[in-house]
Ligand binder design. Sequence first.
Ligand code: FES
Ligand code: FES
Length: 162
Amino acid sequence: MHIGLSINGSRHELEVEPRRTLADALREDVGLTGTHLGCEHGVCGACTVLVDGTPVRACLMLAVQADGTSVTTVEGLAPEGGALHPLQQAFTEHHGLQCGFCTPGMLLTALDLLHREPRPCRERIREELSGNICRCTGYLGIVDAVEAAAVEMAGETSCRDA
Ligand code: FES
Ligand code: FES
């Protein structure tokens, strides 16, 4: 089937089998391997991307369902050769990653939260990231990083839950 979609701001036309997942299309057809595959059953969150601004499990969504949408992957967070996104910078500064396998999904889930709630408190950050599994960090550094990025992006030190 023929589909057309925007990925990280660039238009892509793809020919895909009806059963091809969005994750496989992104990784294998477009070469964006920053979208990681862990469980491939919608459990771990490693494959999370934004579709029209909403986080989705790319291992559960079919590529044909993304026809006409705008997809953001981790590669879209920072321009090639440019500065890191504030969330990426905060993850590096606050030990928000070790092996990095969960990181793309964590970043996009956190980005969605900060778009909706610019200065969430730590409990909200924990709640929102609870569907993303990390084997390495113990989560503390991830929560620290998202909190630091929120301060940086919102310019407010006081948190405020929605
Ligand atoms: Fe999609 Fe685990 S690979 S949720
Ligand atoms: Fe290794 Fe999260 S940093 S799984």
